[in-house]
Design a protein around this ligand. Structure first.
Ligand SMILES: NC(=O)c1ccc[n+]([C@@H]2O[C@H](COP(=O)([O-])OP(=O)(O)OC[C@H]3O[C@@H](n4cnc5c(N)ncnc54)[C@H](OP(=O)(O)O)[C@@H]3O)[C@@H](O)[C@H]2O)c1
Length: 339
């Protein structure tokens, strides 16, 4: 395939911190790496955190955002796996700040690419790593800990809905916590039985009685901040809270007495660590499982697709209503499609 010397890639405008598109060199390949021609890439909360952190640096010029995406492997560095993936349509993730999926091309390690089945579209395929793999990892944790009922926050988001749907499939009761009435409706529309609105004045009491009723021994918390204390206070003795996001952006102040007196546990989850701990074979098996689930029961809502040059508009659209679905950046099309 003819690979151009230069490409369009998103970067941060040094003057005002907004996101812009620049014409930059196509990144070079090293041993064990592949060059992916990107088709689509989502905006995830973790992308926005990385952008925020990189904004604090003096040199933002070489930073290309985008943790995951879909595309075709168009060139391979030395090694068996890169050659095996050549020509394949893949879901892929970035390995460093200099080459991300919010660009026409990305260089990454071959182990960060996984072939896509024919029935998975480029759009759904672009989002198969971060959230679906996290959902698979959570149910691995639930099974190992022999939990029968769990709690999850940010439940009206993409990952939240997946956890509710998989909970029903695997016979695990999920208490879904959202932050307003319209999000309660979103969860009810997909058939969720247990939904609590944290803005409701009776939230703490309702949460307490539901936790007791279901014996919810594990909380997955993507919000953190003040709410985490309520979870630690209310879950049954011996229960666990796992922090996997910090959407509240609040400073964390905790009274740790429940950990001491109630033998409760507080820990963190980061997908990259789970993948490293479980190795390539288990990751590939999980990805095959994810694709089977996407053939039948799972689908991620998409609220908009934007070309790279509309990146700032894409981010603003997503931030305006995250619960409405993912926003994708797409290459090779100039049209903005909000359907
Ligand atoms: N640790 C890991 O490895 C890992 C892996 C995957 C995902 N995650 C985390 O999982 C979380 C959800 O990701 P996602 O892709 O599902 O996001 P998403 O689809 O964009 O949904 C985010 C949801 O969180 C809600 N939300 C945002 N800020 C909030 C706040 N301050 N308080 C209460 N609710 C808030 C949004 O509601 P509105 O519509 O009202 O904004 C929306 O319902 C993120 O924190 C992400 O970083 C972590």
């Amino acid at each position: 395939m003819n690979i151009p010397e230069r490409m369009q890639a998103v970067s941060i405008n040094k003057q005002d911190g907004t996101l812009v598109v620049q014409n930059v060199p196509v990144p070079e390949l090293a041993k064990g790496e592949v060059l992916v021609k990107i088709s689509a890439a989502p905006i995830n909360p973790s992308d926005l955190s990385r952008i925020k952190n990189s904004n604090r640096r003096d040199d933002t010029t070489s930073f290309v955002p985008g943790i995951e995406g879909s595309g075709t492997v168009v060139a391979a560095g030395a090694g068996l796996l890169p050659r095996l993936w050549l020509g394949k349509r893949v879901v892929c993730s970035s390995i460093n700040d200099r080459s991300g999926t919010w660009a026409e091309y990305m260089v990454t390690k071959a182990e960060r690419c996984f072939p896509l089945r024919n029935y998975i579209s480029d759009y759904q395929g672009a989002m198969l790593l971060v959230n679906p793999m996290t959902a698979i990892a959570f149910f691995d944790i639930i099974r190992r800990g022999n939990h029968k009922a769990i709690v999850n926050t940010a439940a009206a988001g993409s990952l939240g809905k997946m956890i509710e749907l998989l909970g029903r499939k695997f016979g695990i009761s999920v208490v879904n916590i959202v932050r307003n009435k319209s999000q309660v409706d979103i969860l009810h529309a997909i058939g969720a039985k247990y939904v609590l609105d944290s803005s409701n004045e009776n939230f703490r009491e309702d949460f307490h009685s539901l936790c007791l009723q279901l014996n919810s021994t594990l909380v997955f918390d993507a919000i953190a901040g003040r709410q985490t204390q309520q979870f630690l206070d209310v879950i049954p003795n011996g229960g666990s809270v796992i922090i996997y996001g910090n959407l509240s952006d609040e400073k964390q102040e905790l009274n740790l007495t429940p950990l001491v007196m109630g033998n409760k546990k507080l820990s963190g989850f980061f997908l990259a660590n789970w993948i490293n701990e479980n190795g390539l074979i288990k990751t590939i098996r999980s990805l095959i499982r994810v694709q089977q689930l996407f053939k039948r029961e799972l689908k991620i809502e998409i609220q908009g697709r934007f070309p790279l040059e509309k990146v700032q508009q894409a981010v603003d659209t997503y931030l305006n209503n995250m619960s409405a679905g993912k926003v994708l950046l797409i290459t090779g099309s100039k049209e903005v499609d909000l359907n």
